[in-house]
Design a protein around this ligand. Structure first.
Ligand code: C5P
Length: 351
């Protein structure tokens, strides 16, 4: 089989998986810091962050879609002028089946809002590990909706992955964001139960939305970037709803200043890293699948911890090494295709 598109001689499939792992670790730390580093009275609005995220992602996807449509179509018909391209893209975006994207769009908006609730109420590491339950919800929905067949070793691999992540967590549970010698979590009110419920629902919506997006993408010829534009368009309405609520609660203030109150550098950094992650996620779903995406992000836990060792002088412990090895083993087990010949050879049937 072909390796798919390449960048600098590396298959885009692997490049996007590795980049996603790094992006995931960065996002958890930046987002957590952006939430807990200020008292609640000076917090920025997550609803604004989700809305800006969708608008940026949609605009970037729109430009890419427009640029791609310039390439001659398979039937050799060139797309011509800018107006011609815009018209053709308009037809693609508002196609008959565009409504299908409304389902993952709503689910992703719910997930993205809940992620803020979770990250504000749990420690960074606790959040990161409980968010890995996505791996199991995603596998479940892939089997149900995509009729994906997993072999028994692959089911075991998923189980090992969950265990490995939990073991690494025992270690990283000690990682806290500290300023002036005081853990920021102690100065910020957190509600662990609220955080945990948010994370559980976010895992369910994440699994369902991802698999649904994969199903729509892989069951049609429509370009990924057109699908992304459709996704962002359908996200706007649910993303705007909490923003209106925010504005209605204080109509004296101008709406722009109400939306962007306390929206500082860390909030923008969070949104930009999220936009990058959303685009990467789309690539990963196209060139790999949602289950492999889960493995990539579980490696991000290992990356986060390594970064903490380098940056904050943490000690590597046996627990951490054990957990990481289980994660790596699970990844290998999931991707290892037992060949018939292995089996035949083991039984002495091969020549
Ligand atoms: O939890 P998970 O890793 O599935 O999160 C996916 C993230 O990627 C969500 O924030 C979602 O908004 C984003 N996404 C996207 N475009 C896609 C698929 C997912 O922006 N086509």
């Amino acid at each position: 089989t072909s390796a798919g598109p390449m960048i600098w001689g590396i298959p885009l499939k692997y490049l996007s998986l590795v980049t996603l792992a790094v992006q995931n670790s960065a996002l958890t730390l930046i987002m957590h810091y952006s939430r807990v580093s200020t008292p609640p009275s000076r917090a920025y609005s997550p609803a604004t962050a989700v809305l800006v995220n969708e608008m940026l992602k949609g605009s970037i996807s729109l430009f890419i879609a427009l640029w791609r449509i310039d390439l001659p179509s398979p039937d050799g018909q060139a797309s011509g002028s800018l107006l011609g391209r815009v018209k053709r893209l308009g037809g693609d975006v508002f196609s008959q089946d565009c409504w299908k994207l409304s389902i993952p769009a709503i689910l992703y908006v719910i997930q993205n809002n809940l992620q803020f609730v979770a990250v504000s109420n749990l420690q960074a590491a606790t959040f990161q590990v409980s968010y890995q339950m996505k791996i199991l919800t995603t596998a479940g929905f892939s089997v149900l909706l995509l009729r994906k067949k997993l072999t028994s070793p692959q089911w075991f691999a998923l189980l090992f992955l969950a265990i490995g992540v939990a073991v690494v967590q025992i270690q990283t549970g000690a990682v806290r964001v500290v300023r002036d010698g005081v853990p920021l979590e102690d100065t910020h009110t957190m509600n662990a139960l609220k955080g945990f419920i948010a994370v559980v629902i976010a895992c369910l919506t994440s699994g369902l939305a991802g698999v649904y997006f994969e199903m729509v993408l892989k069951n049609s010829q429509t370009d990924l970037w057109v699908r992304n534009v459709q996704l962002s368009l359908f996200s706007l309405l649910p993303a705007l709803a909490p923003v209106f609520y925010l504005y209605a609660s204080d109509p004296q203030e101008g709406w722009v200043s109400a939306l962007f109150r306390n929206f500082g550098g860390w909030a923008w950094a969070t949104v930009l890293v999220q936009v990058f992650g959303g685009l990467l996620t789309a690539l990963v779903i196209k060139y790999s699948d949602n289950i492999l995406k889960g493995f990539a992000t579980s490696l991000s836990i290992v990356i986060s911890f390594m970064a903490s060792v380098a940056l904050f002088d943490f000690q590597i412990t046996l627990t951490f090494v054990t957990g990481s090895l289980i994660v790596v083993f699970a990844t290998w087990l999931y991707n290892h295709q037992p060949k018939r010949t292995d089996f035949a050879w083991a039984l002495g049937w091969a020549e």
